[in-house]
Design a protein around this ligand. Structure first.
Ligand code: HEM
Length: 267
């Protein structure tokens, strides 16, 4: 992203990013904490945009901070600082949100040791494993939208203004699409038909014209690296803990999160 982060700031900024993606779905104190985190994070990035534009901060080209700070609109004007800040956060926030999938990827390696061995033997590819993690575990259960103009689909009438929820988790567990949907089985992705409508953990349809996440490939690539690290590079122990998770929280996380001990790097 081109955003520098001092070691002392890691805790504070991580917490802010977490609140940004968790609090959007909460009410009460968490919602308020989220608003505070948003204004603090925006002020932090706005200050950086000022420094970039006065050449006091020189991020690499092709990073979000560089590109958005120097982007000119159709009339040749630089974007307002607050717009740049929001756009940079639109990259940082979902990237940090991948941590939820990181947790579930490591959890799946722990809960399904036979499948882990298949990955290690190369019988299941990293991408197949990642796809199954994104299908199997809950993250954000629904995508919400409001109907712009009246339409009818498959016998259902959608009047303008209706709040509509697309069931992401339900679609990924629909037994008319997936055989034994409650079984963790990455090999199902060997012959998946790649329809943009049946597998929708990060939204559905087309990236350009529909509601599919623009960061899906980045997410898959990062999680592939996570599998590499946790199958080859690290040895660790998963101590007894409460790994059950709720189906009503957003995002849903195991009660104990995921605690690892005896983490060492393999030689
Ligand atoms: C943590 C995993 C992620 C989840 C669960 C997720 C989920 C989603 C969903 C459901 C949408 C569609 C919203 C809609 O149109 O109704 C979306 C859009 C988007 N996502 Fe993600 N996302 C994730 C990671 C990322 C990452 C890593 C990036 C980029 C670094 C990213 C960038 C975007 C962008 C730019 C859009 C808007 C696309 C547009 O409106 O054209 N996402 N995401």
């Amino acid at each position: 992203s081109g955003v520098p982060l001092a070691k002392e700031e890691v805790g504070k900024r991580t917490e802010e990013m977490r609140l940004l993606f968790e609090s959007g779905t909460s009410l009460g104190p968490t919602y308020l904490q989220g608003r505070k985190a948003r204004s603090s994070a925006e002020a932090w990035i706005r200050q950086m945009v000022k420094e970039v534009r006065s050449n006091r901060l020189l991020p690499n080209e092709h990073t979000a901070l560089y590109e958005f700070s120097w982007h000119r609109d159709e009339s040749g004007e630089l974007l307002p600082e607050d717009v740049v800040a929001v756009e940079v956060l639109n990259i940082l926030r979902p990237t940090v949100a991948i941590s939820v999938y990181v947790l579930f990827t490591v959890l799946a390696l722990h809960q399904f040791p036979d499948v882990k061995e298949q990955v290690e033997r190369g019988e299941v590819s990293k991408t197949e494993f990642v796809q199954e993690v994104r299908r199997f575990y809950p993250f954000f259960p629904v995508a919400a939208a409001r109907v712009k103009t009246d339409f009818e689909w498959d016998g259902y009438v959608f009047p303008e203004g209706t709040l509509t929820l697309l069931d992401l988790y339900g679609t990924n567990h629909d037994s008319s699409i997936w055989t034994e949907p409650d079984r963790f089985d990455p090999s199902r992705f060997k012959d998946w038909n790649e329809s943009p409508f049946n597998f929708i953990p990060q939204g559905g349809g087309d990236v350009d014209f529909g509601h599919r996440c623009a960061g899906e490939h980045v997410t898959i690539a990062i999680l592939g690296q996570v599998i590499e690290l946790f199958t080859k590079e690290y040895a660790y122990t998963v101590p007894p803990q409460d790994l059950s998770y709720s189906f009503v929280d957003m995002p849903s996380l195991p009660k104990s999160k995921l605690r690892l001990t005896h983490l060492t790097r393999n030689q």
